[in-house]
Design a protein around this ligand. Structure first.
Ligand SMILES: NC(=O)c1ccc[n+]([C@@H]2O[C@H](COP(=O)([O-])OP(=O)(O)OC[C@H]3O[C@@H](n4cnc5c(N)ncnc54)[C@H](OP(=O)(O)O)[C@@H]3O)[C@@H](O)[C@H]2O)c1
Length: 272
């Protein structure tokens, strides 16, 4: 029987690539996005159905999950991909930015998981693949604390849920990616700034220089991430955590090799 994958945030980047990848391999795809009226690429595929979904809106999650289940009858895999980041000193962040970061990267996956649990229980199985980051398992960049917080929370949520869903045959998986080519991530970053306070200028300048020095060539191939999602969805890989990309793996090797105090001091030195 044809399998069906439900994906959040398919208007660009990894979400769109994942939708296309699975559709081309014969899966049914429930591709969700905030503005379906703008989509022109995914609409070309008969086995992709597009549903409107802002993951922070519980009512929309309810509607989109019902629509997808009605359209395809059975959803096998749900990918919590929608996400974005805020950067800049925590002190400067607007209250609304802090709430947004949590609402999108943490509350969003919670909403979608809760939306699908009745369906997965009825089917006696299913899989959630949560798109995290290496920033979900370690810190690597100053001024990224809110994004770090959100992805660490997603990791904790996923690991914590493992125990209650395992007996129901509902699987949980984490993809931890680094920066990859061809997405809108850096364009959608929310920067926290202040018109007068200059105390953070040194570190902010170094972070900005690092981001602006990142060339497309230095970024990872997103197909490797899509392939990893495919391996998880098909059961070819049963890894709970899949950490992808040179940068994340190098940082993780360092993080595991030395005490946390040494790791933090070493990273801080890069921005001193
Ligand atoms: N690119 C990186 O450097 C990087 C590194 C590590 C992890 N990640 C993670 O990878 C995932 C995919 O990001 P990407 O790299 O593909 O970036 P992207 O191209 O910016 O894609 C993000 C997607 O999330 C959607 N989105 C934003 N707010 C939403 C909301 N409230 N409800 C539903 N969808 C929403 C965006 O849709 P709109 O068009 O409507 O804004 C877009 O489709 C994210 O979870 C991100 O945190 C990315």
């Amino acid at each position: 029987m044809t399998k069906t994958i439900f994906i959040t945030g398919t208007s660009s980047g990894l979400g769109k690539l994942t939708a296309l990848h699975f559709a081309k391999r014969g899966w049914n795809v429930a591709a969700t996005m905030r503005t379906p009226e703008k989509e022109s690429e995914l609409t070309a595929y008969d086995n992709i159905k597009i549903f409107k979904l802002d993951v922070t809106d519980v009512q929309q999650v309810q509607i989109a999950t019902e629509q997808a289940i009605t359209a395809f009858r059975k959803i096998d895999v749900v990918v919590n991909n929608a996400g974005a980041g805020s950067y800049g000193p925590l002190e400067f962040a607007e209250e609304s930015t802090i709430d947004w970061q949590f609402a999108l990267n943490v509350r969003g996956p919670i909403n979608v998981i809760r939306g699908f649990l009745p369906h997965f229980r009825a089917n006696k199985g299913g899989m959630f693949i949560n798109i995290s980051s290496f920033m979900g398992v370690l810190s690597a960049v100053p001024t990224g604390s809110l994004y770090n917080m959100s992805k660490f929370a997603l990791e904790g949520l996923t690991e914590g849920l493992y125990y209650e869903l395992k007996p129901l045959n509902i699987e949980l998986r984490l993809i931890e990616q680094g920066g990859s080519k061809g997405n809108n991530f850096l364009n959608s970053v929310v920067f926290n700034t202040h018109p007068e306070i200059r105390d953070y200028d040194g570190v902010v300048g170094k972070v900005n220089a690092m981001f602006s020095g990142v060339t497309e060539d230095a970024l990872d191939d997103p197909q490797a991430i899509v392939d990893a999602i495919h391996a998880l969805a098909t059961g070819e890989s049963q890894k709970f955590r899949t950490l992808l990309g040179q940068a994340g793996n190098d940082l993780m090797a360092l993080r595991n090799a030395v005490p946390i105090e040494e790791y933090l001091a070493k990273i801080a030195l890069n921005f001193a």
